[in-house]
Design a protein. Structure first.
Length: 255
């Protein structure tokens, strides 16, 4: 079992915070990818992850989770490769669909309906995985039209960063999981489906629902990898889903 602590507060010094958390024995350090929620301001995800990587020596550094609505999957892959080099191979890229309507529209961006967000997330996961493993990507989908002949840096002697994703609905579980190395089961995904956290919906989530999602993610991942391995040509690298127990803790008041 591994334990990761997540930085949420923009007022916290990420360098000192990361040094203290590593000294306390945390396995991993992550940073959330928000601009704001309510009246809380968040640290910039890539700047903060870089600062944490440079301030530590052995803890895993990750994003929890890079918001797919904020930027191109090409930029995300480029940033992940750079962080893998800076961290000496300790970076893990966490990717999420994005859910907070006011945060996205308040930042001047478009907030798509649920089905479109799920489709964008699935395509983005495929594009990012291809760029991380192959260094190039040509992709023509419903939401993205990508033609990148080369992306870098490609850290010599280092494996590509692991790709983790937060999935919860039937479609993202089915279509995103096959591209992931590690999956976060977001059992309360229905509570954010309409762009804001609905506590009444969250209260209806049961243990049976959680276990069903875990089983579905594992089965879908194995099925998709088997089906694609039967093809004569593959357009992307094939992952092997990591089902190790991973506990994430959000501690905004921890200094």
């Amino acid at each position: 079992m591994k334990y990761t602590v997540n930085l949420l507060d923009a007022a916290t010094d990420p360098v000192e915070w990361a040094r203290r958390r590593e000294a306390e024995g945390w396995d991993g350090l992550s940073v959330a990818d928000h601009v704001f929620t309510g009246r809380r301001a968040y640290p910039h995800v890539w700047v903060t992850a870089t600062a944490m990587a440079l301030a530590t020596t052995h803890a895993t550094i990750s994003t929890a989770f890079a918001n797919n609505l904020f930027r191109s999957p090409v930029e995300v892959a480029q940033a992940a490769l750079q962080l893998q080099r800076i961290s000496g191979g300790r970076f893990e890229l966490g990717l999420g669909a994005g859910w907070a309507d006011h945060e996205v529209t308040g930042s001047g961006l478009r907030y798509p309906p649920p089905g479109v967000r799920a489709g964008m997330f699935a395509e983005s996961a495929q594009i990012i995985r291809t760029l991380l493993h192959e260094g190039s990507c040509t992709f023509h989908g419903e939401h993205y039209d990508i033609d990148v002949p080369k992306v870098g840096p490609r850290p010599e002697g280092l494996a590509p960063p692991l790709l983790a994703g937060s999935v919860g609905g039937p479609r993202t579980t089915r279509e995103v999981t096959p591209f992931l190395d590690r999956v976060e089961i977001k059992a309360q995904s229905a509570a954010t489906r309409n762009g804001a956290l609905d506590l009444d919906v969250m209260a209806t989530v049961t243990d049976d629902h959680l276990h069903d999602l875990i089983d579905r993610a594992d089965v879908d991942s194995k099925f998709q990898r088997t089906r694609r391995d039967d093809r004569s040509q593959r357009s992307f690298a094939q992952p092997g889903l990591d089902v190790d127990t991973h506990v994430a803790c959000e501690c905004p008041v921890m200094n």
